[in-house]
Design a protein around this ligand. Structure first.
Ligand SMILES: [Zn+2]
Length: 228
């Protein structure tokens, strides 16, 4: 199976915290990640950029990060949008960097798309194995960031229906069932550990509409058992 290298180019932020507090200094932008085959240098033929909405203040840093690995934004081959919300679709801080390839088209199973509905009905994660054979899941807003994940918090300003919330928790469970690393929609990479799973299982009964999706706790418990 083809393995991939990955590099977060724009670290996403979400000023609102699940407790309702607001971090004024944090800019609202998505996490954007570059993925390319482990056995190749990144090139216009083999690079994939996820959620290429590069509007954050660290955009220039992203460009430098790319250049450090011998790459430039205009030379990115394909892009993949996890879900069609305004903060994840292609956008660039400067017009000269508006040339980011074509939409991703899967050609084999080494880059797999997984439907993760809830936050948005069409949301898809993209998953692959990295050079340490870790299963990496880039999940968009199926997981907002680690703080929101641990709090069983969900956020969408238009409001969710109870069934959408339960769907969100099922997707969280499916992600945690397989991922070694979760790259969320608005934060840093999250490593799936025994401690994280124990915390999620402990907190789940207090999650909204937990009673509507009891299988979530079972799925998490099965994954936890693999750590012991
Ligand atoms: Zn988002």
């Amino acid at each position: 199976m083809q393995q991939y290298q990955w590099q977060i180019l724009q670290l996403g932020g979400l000023p609102l915290r699940p407790d309702g507090s607001y971090e004024e200094q944090t800019l609202y932008c998505c996490t954007s990640t570059l993925v390319w085959p482990a056995d190749s240098a990144p090139s216009p033929h083999n690079t994939l950029l996820t959620d290429p909405c590069l509007i954050g203040p660290d955009y220039r840093t992203s460009i430098k990060t790319l250049e450090a690995i011998g790459h430039q934004i205009p030379h990115i081959g394909q892009y993949f949008v996890t879900h069609p919300h305004f903060d994840h679709v292609p956008a660039y801080a400067t017009p000269e960097h508006s040339l980011v390839g074509k939409p991703f088209f899967p050609t084999d199973n080494s880059l797999r798309l997984v439907h993760c509905p809830g936050h948005e009905a069409m949301l898809r994660a993209i998953t692959f194995h990295d050079t340490e054979d870790r299963h990496v899941w880039i999940v968009g807003d199926a997981v907002l960031n680690e703080v929101w994940l641990r709090a069983w918090g969900y956020y969408w300003p238009n409001g969710y229906s109870p069934s959408e919330v339960a769907e969100t928790w099922r997707s969280v469970a499916n992600i945690c069932a397989e991922a070694d690393i979760i790259i969320p929609g608005h934060g840093e990479a999250i490593i799936v550990t025994q401690e994280l799973l124990e915390t999620l299982i402990q907190g789940f009964p207090q999650a909204s509409y937990a009673a509507a999706c009891p299988e979530v706790a079972e799925v998490l418990a099965v994954r936890l058992s693999k750590f012991k």
